[in-house]
Design a protein around this ligand. Structure first.
Ligand code: BDP
Length: 625
């Protein structure tokens, strides 16, 4: 694990938080080269003084907020700014670190405070931060101004990759016309997508915590490692409390093993009557600084005690076979785009629980940390995927791409390593894994990920041919996407069972690793009906699902360890002739209303859960939330 932490900001007796969500001033740089903002140094004054600004909510994508098609499809730099009143105590007290944190912004960000650059960050979907105490103390203006410039252009070396294409034929395109080409199937939403906040710590502080859990009989074990920054002389006390707040164990020192008697394990939803059980690990740091003052820092980390193992035919959680019956999702909704939104998050969890889903994959990028906290608490199991989606061009397998991909995995593992809900890393979705350089690329990437975290299996999601896939020898679990009777043999429902059976036999025959059907599905325009079923109708989606399920039911007794429907809900994509206002493979509409397929899955998921025989009678389907 890396040494520099990315602990989720939490209030404590030693830490305060000031959220900067709400309305920011916003200006897109429409200049031909998109560089006017830098040339005119827009960060040196209030954005409103540089030209016309819009109100822009944070967090949100900017694309669907106005009526302007140029902003919806904008490529290049956009600028945000707002003023914030920093409590005078934070400025006056030099013992306090003041940190500015951006939960995520797409994709390349530069941040200034009072016109002074404090950080830049390459990549969306992951947080970045900067210590700004020195800057606000240098010129203690009230209020202080925060400026964020964000650029959504992608290159062959970014994640996801993309490329800008200039269309220079003046008989067909206006002067200076360019487009951004990408190889992924979701709208390239951009802006400040997650919370922006200021938080404080003392100058000596708990920078990172890593926990690895295990158990034997009724004794749990938490192996912990705490990194303190700002002092080498800190003393540490660890207190572990149970779900009722009772202290169950203590420890001292920066690392060690905490034993928990009569351990309550963390179990997935529907696998146990008390899923998502969490302890709280309070880390209390004390140090006397050079001036003789006592500095204290407190950080409380929720900890779930569980184990994960993979055999050639099974995925084991707490040594019991776990079958993924779940969904693939997107961070996507009307108006907000990819902007974080609590009502949406809670509604989606209620729908997943209604469905009897015990898991999801964060297709195709890391989701907001708040969502992983919900998963921890509700026992929803997560395959945590990095933004390695659309890696199709051979130039995206070069050294620069690989170096960036390794960095992104480092950031993602650092952020998500302590979540009990996260049981596997996915390093990519449907890369061109049959290309020769993919062998070295994925060997390196997967080995690196295992070096970052040796406790979780690693995979990537493939749709290539089993015989030509270069990375499959290195993954722990084979994740396969297939769309029989859709992209292949459209309309031919009768081929599904044969082709799916062949798919499983070939992959298992060659690699002897457990397999997850990581995507399958069919588009539905809600309300469209036909009998006999034809593509895009509710009946057709039902038939596709049922045909896949028959084969899953044979193979899950052997080596198939999961099924994840594509997709939980309809989502927006780029415009194109195969997309009628977005991808319609949702079993729920984009507004989260069920299609016929949702009821098929609901019946199935609850039946599978009940078959395991460990559900108490009161949770038998149909159950209310
Ligand atoms: C798969 C991709 C996914 C797409 C899906 C589809 O992994 O991102 O949305 O196909 O076409 O290949 O619906």
């Amino acid at each position: 694990m890396t040494n520099s932490g990315m602990l989720f900001p939490r209030e404590s007796l030693s830490r305060e938080i000031k959220e900067l969500n709400g309305l920011w001033s916003f200006r897109a740089d429409f200049s031909p080269n998109r560089k006017l903002g830098f040339e005119q140094a827009w960060y040196k004054q209030r954005l409103a003084e540089t030209g016309p600004v819009l109100d822009m909510p944070v967090p949100a994508s900017y694309n669907d907020i106005t009526q302007d098609p140029k902003l919806r499809d904008f490529i290049g730099w956009v600028w945000y700014d707002r003023e914030v009143v920093v409590p005078s105590r934070w400025v006056a007290d030099k013992h306090i670190r003041v940190v500015l944190r951006v939960g995520s912004a797409h994709y390349y960000s530069v941040v200034w405070v009072n016109g002074v650059k404090v950080t830049e960050h390459n990549g969306g979907h992951l947080p970045f931060e900067a210590e700004i105490g020195e800057v606000i103390r240098a010129v203690p203006t009230t209020p202080c101004r925060i400026t964020i410039a964000v650029n959504n252009s992608l290159s062959l070396e970014t994640l996801p990759p993309g490329s800008i294409q200039y269309l220079n034929d003046l008989t067909r395109y206006p002067k200076g016309y360019f487009v951004q080409n990408t190889d992924f199937d979701f709208f390239n939403y951009a802006g400040v997508h997650r919370s922006v906040l200021l938080y404080t710590t003392p100058q000596a502080y708990v920078n990172d915590i890593t926990v690895v859990t295990d158990f034997a009989d009724s004794i749990g074990a938490i192996t912990y490692d705490v990194v303190v920054s700002g002092s080498s002389k800190a003393s540490l006390k660890i207190t572990l409390t149970d779900g009722d707040g009772r202290c169950v164990a203590t420890s001292t020192g920066p690392s060690g093993v905490i034993k928990v008697v009569d351990v309550m394990l963390w179990w997935p939803y529907l696998m146990h009557e008390r899923p998502g059980y969490l302890y709280n690990m309070e880390v209390h740091m004390q140090v006397i600084d050079a001036g003789g003052d006592l500095l204290e820092d407190m950080y409380t980390l929720p900890v779930g005690i569980r184990t994960v193992k993979v055999t050639s035919t099974q995925f084991l959680i707490n040594n019991k076979p776990f079958y993924f019956h779940g969904v693939n999702k997107h961070e996507d909704s009307d108006l907000r785009g990819k902007g974080f939104d609590w009502p949406l998050v809670v509604k989606d969890f209620n729908l997943m629980k209604w469905l009897g889903a015990n898991s999801f994959r964060t297709s195709h990028y890391p989701y907001a940390e708040e969502i992983l906290h919900m998963c921890d608490r509700h026992g929803i199991v997560v395959i945590d995927e990095c933004p390695g989606v659309g890696i199709k061009d051979i130039r995206s397998f070069g050294n620069a791409s690989l170096a960036h991909h390794l960095d992104v995995m480092g950031e993602m593992v650092t952020r998500d390593k302590n979540h009990p809900s996260v049981v596997m890393w996915s390093v990519a979705n449907e890369p061109a894994s049959e290309m020769p350089p993919a062998g070295f690329y994925f060997k390196t990437l997967i080995a690196h990920t295992k070096a970052l975290d040796s406790t979780r299996p690693v995979t990537y999601v493939t749709n290539s041919n089993y015989a030509r896939d270069q990375g499959a020898p290195f993954v722990d679990v084979i994740c396969v996407n297939s769309y029989f009777s859709w992209y292949h043999d459209p309309g031919a429902l009768e081929v599904i069972s044969l082709q799916l059976n062949t798919q499983f036999e070939e992959w298992y025959g060659k690699y002897q690793k457990p397999i997850i059907q990581s995507e399958y599905g069919a588009d539905v325009v809600p309300g469209l009906h036909s009998d006999p079923p034809t593509m895009f109708t509710e009946e057709y989606q039902v038939m596709v699902l049922q045909s896949y399920h028959k084969v899953f039911d044979q193979k899950r007794k052997q080596y198939v360890i999961g099924e994840l429907i594509w997709n939980f809900a309809d989502f927006m994509t780029a415009q194109g002739v195969t997309r009628v206002w977005g991808n319609k493979k949702g079993i729920f509409t984009r507004q989260r209303q069920p299609k016929a397929g949702a009821y098929i899955l609901r019946e199935r998921y609850w039946r599978i859960a009940n078959e395991t025989g460990i559900l108490p009678p009161w949770t038998k389907y149909p159950c209310s939330l």
